[in-house]
Design a protein around this ligand. Structure first.
Ligand code: NAD
Length: 408
């Protein structure tokens, strides 16, 4: 069996929630005659989502959402299957990256599934002629949802998009545990350094940052958090982490991981303060958090090895992982989130795509929440798989919770 097929088979066995949705889709064929256009990280777990949509009758055209996150053997394996066309290629140039997006759009998708909003951006700028063919879309990540909300605020978004990222069944598990575990795993497997006893600086104490900080501490790291939001900074403090500005943390950290979704987090102001041997990685969606361009222009020398570029500045060596792109997917050995986490996120994606296919025409253009029935369904399916039973509200409890008349 081809390596891409073996990877997909490996992932599929740990994705029972998506399997049960697939069985339902096979019976109901809800996407019969429909084209779905996707720009996601093309690797094994995504392939299982694609299979699920195809089992529901869809024709899927997919490309990457990051030039370094594609696994070519998985892209190849997808292309051998009926009803699936993959244009993703690892190491794509900017032109090749957008050519992939254009090929997906050439298929005139009725439903879009994005991770970072590049597909929807292209549709609303260069490819407006096919906008009317689209019923709606789904967005996987925080940065994509930020961009979509900015578009919606300006009245520029022309169809409904479900913010898959923002729903509890995605954020509580994918952003916290998925990014936390897989980003640290990517740092460890790429560098082979010990985390225990090291000072790990986590920039941003959002969902991803919280996961990273907790997991680094559980490995024995001394964790410093940087924030701009006073509430989140206080939360980090009360969760037991040191809190300080990046200007102060720069001189203390051994390993830096940015996860703010913002730009210019570690810059020329910080690099000269850092210890020689400091390791810098980004887990945020775009490669704008660490100013790698400045290092490229100003370093006295650069040593390039697989997944690590070392910049020498006045005798100080700074090691940047995965060119500052999201470390858990873009390092050569990065495998992305753990499979079980993506089982949940992609179950939400599959059911949200179904919701768009069935009800998209009734929804107004703009950003929509995942319907809570979908979120609960995914949680219940996962509990069933785990064999976990939970209590149910009694009629008295339901009355009590919905009443305002019962007091002391
Ligand atoms: N690596 C992955 O696989 C993966 C998975 C999920 C999300 N993401 C990406 O990670 C990023 C963060 O996602 P999230 O869900 O944690 O978002 P979030 O909004 O919950 O958290 C971001 C945090 O960063 C803080 N922040 C913003 N600017 C800052 C600055 N200058 N300095 C310090 N802190 C700052 C914000 O106040 C906020 O608390 C996004 O780009 C998202 O798309 C990556």
């Amino acid at each position: 069996m081809h390596s891409g097929d073996l990877k997909i088979r490996w992932a599929r066995q740990y994705m029972p929630v998506l399997s049960s949705i697939r069985e339902r889709f096979e019976q109901e064929k809800p996407f019969a005659g429909m084209t779905i256009g996707m720009a996601l990280h093309v690797e094994a777990k995504t392939a299982v989502l694609v299979e699920t949509l195809v089992a529901g009758g869809a024709e899927v055209h997919i490309t990457g959402c990051n030039p370094l996150s594609t696994q070519d053997d998985v892209s190849f394996a997808l292309n051998t299957r009926e009803g699936i066309h993959s244009y993703a290629k690892r190491g794509a140039t900017v032109e090749e990256y957008y050519a992939g997006i254009d090929r997906v759009l050439d298929a005139r998708p009725a439903v879009t599934i994005d991770d970072g909003m590049d597909l929807i951006h292209r549709l609303h700028t260069e490819r407006r002629e096919i906008l009317d063919a689209v019923i709606g879309g789904c967005e996987e990540t925080t940065t994509g949802v930020h961009r979509l909300r900015a578009m919606a605020r300006e009245g520029a978004l022309r169809f409904p998009v479900i913010a898959v990222n923002d729903t509890p069944m995605k954020r509580f598990f994918d952003n916290v545990h998925g990014t936390g575990e897989s980003s640290l795993a990517a740092v460890m497997i790429t560098t082979n350094v010990l985390i225990a006893g090291r000072r790990v600086v986590v920039a941003g104490y959002g969902y991803c940052g919280r996961g990273l900080a907790q997991k680094a501490r559980s490995l024995g790291a001394r964790v410093i958090v940087t924030e701009v939001d006073p509430r989140r900074a206080l939360q980090a403090h009360m969760d037991g982490f040191e809190v300080m500005p990046m200007d102060a943390a720069a001189a203390l950290g051994d390993i830096f991981i940015t996860t703010t979704g913002n730009t210019g987090i570690i810059t020329e102001r910080h690099f000269p303060k850092m210890k020689s041997g400091a390791i810098l990685a980004n887990a945020g969606h775009f490669d704008v958090e660490i100013d790698v361009d400045w290092l490229e222009r100003n370093a006295d020398a650069v040593e390039r090895r697989e997944g690590i570029n070392t910049y020498i500045l006045d005798g100080t060596a700074l090691h940047v992982l995965a060119e500052g792109r999201l470390v858990n997917l873009a390092t050569p050995k990065g495998m992305g989130h753990p499979i079980e986490v993506m089982d949940l996120s992609f179950a939400v994606q599959a059911l949200s795509a179904l919701h768009i296919a069935r009800h998209g025409r009734e929804l107004s253009p703009g950003v929509h929440d995942v319907p809570s029935a979908i979120d609960e369904e995914v949680a219940r399916l996962k509990l069933d798989v785990l064999g976990l039973a939970i209590d149910r509200l009694t009629p008295e409890q339901e009355d009590y919770m919905s009443s305002w008349t019962i007091g002391t």
